[in-house]
Structures are given as C-alpha cells and as structure tokens.
Design a protein around this ligand. Structure first.
Ligand code: G3P
Length: 214
C-alpha cells in the first residue's frame, strides 16, 4: 500500500520524507490556499523533495480549459498527476489525458458508479472521500469495498486512492480491503506509529539497561 501525504505545507513534507514511508503527495485547492502561495510554486517545491506521484488539481470546470490547465501543470515535472473533479467535463478530460499518457487522479468520488466512470476513461487514480461520507452518516469504508469489488470484477488498473482519511482505523480498514493508496494528513501518519505498549516497553528496556550499567 502506498502512502501519500495530503498537504501543501512544505515543512510537513520535508519532515515526513525523512521517515522513508511516503511515496507521494496529494494537494487540492483548499490545501494550496492554506499556504498563501500559488499552486505552481508549491508543486515545484514538492517535486524537489518527493520523487513520486504529486497530485495537482485543476480549477477549471470545462473540458477544454481543464485540458489546457492540466497540460501546463504536467509540464512542471514528469511526476505530476492531474487531479480532475468527477463531473462530465472532468471525466471527459480524463480520457484526453489518458490518451496523451499523462497520469490523472479523479477526485471527489462518492459512489461506485462514479469510480466505474473514471476507470472506463483510464484514470490512474480514483479518490473516494471516506471522511466526508462518514461526516454525513454514510459508510465511507463500504465505498472502498464496493470500488475494490467493481474494479476486480473487470480487471480495471485504476488505483484506489483512499482520501479524506481522518484516523488510523480508516488506514487499517482500507489496507484490509486492498486499497492501493492511502493519502492522509501528517497527523494521521504520526498516529500510525503510536502504541502505548511500544512506549511502555521501550521505557522499561532503557530503565533496565541504565540500572545494569550503573
Ligand atoms: O485531498 C482530498 C481529501 O483528502 C480531503 O480531505 O479531510 O478535506 O475531507 P478532507
């Protein structure tokens, strides 16, 4: 399972990159807005830290404008993945990028049928938003299950990129189902390392070592 960091904050990416477990980065217009910088500046900086897929989302809403905007973003670096919203225009633009060998991440997916549409047009990644479904009392994890089943039924190569992940249980459940990627904020990545028995055990080992070497 690949781990992507869901952020536009460079210091977070620099910190997590040293851990060796981060395979890529996802951003969205809200995350870029939090940085107070342009998308091009942020994405260019990320390419200097991470040698893996980096999702950059188009702001345009019409097919031709999406293609123009996405093609320009793709010129920044070969690792750029063009993020497109799950609309008729977005799915149609996805076909153009697939035909032109540019990787895509179809975002704002909330149903298995939407995921099927993205896969039919050759999306590299589909981003179902777990947390936002849970927020409205729908089962986000169940959506990952359904998409896995649909893709496996037909052998689609589109990778399931579980997004809007809020806590470690989401990560574990997605891994059990076989989601290809989990993108998460740095807070959740840090939580994955934690276990109270690890902390207690380490404390005891160090105490015993110190006592034996007085
Ligand atoms: O980047 C897309 C997604 O991960 C956003 O998450 O927490 O804003 O629902 P969230």
């Amino acid at each position: 399972m690949d781990f992507f960091l869901d952020t536009g904050i460079i210091s977070e990416i620099e910190e997590a990159a040293t851990w060796g477990i981060i395979d890529g980065v996802t951003t969205n217009p809200s995350l870029i807005a939090q940085t107070g910088r342009t998308q091009e500046e942020v994405i260019t900086d990320i390419t200097k830290i991470i040698d893996g897929p980096i999702s950059a989302e188009v702001i345009s809403t019409e097919r031709e404008a999406m293609i123009k905007e996405g093609a320009k973003l793709a010129e920044i670096n070969e690792n750029i993945v063009i993020k497109l919203p799950l609309t008729i225009d977005g799915i149609s633009a996805c076909k153009w990028f697939s035909d032109n060998n540019i990787n895509t991440n179809v975002t704002l997916c909330f149903s298995a049928n939407q995921a099927l549409l993205a896969a039919k047009n050759g999306a590299t990644y589909i981003s179902p938003f777990l947390g936002r479904l849970d927020d409205i009392s729908h089962d986000g994890v169940q959506l990952i299950n359904e998409i896995r089943q649909v893709y496996d039924n037909y052998g689609f190569q589109t990778q399931i990129l579980a997004a809007s992940i809020r806590h470690p249980m989401h990560v574990k459940e997605c891994a059990l189902i076989g989601a290809d990627v989990a993108t998460m904020p740095i807070k959740v990545v840090k939580q994955l390392f934690k276990h109270q028995l690890t902390d207690q055990g380490l404390e005891q080992f160090l105490k015993d070592h110190a006592n034996a070497n007085k």
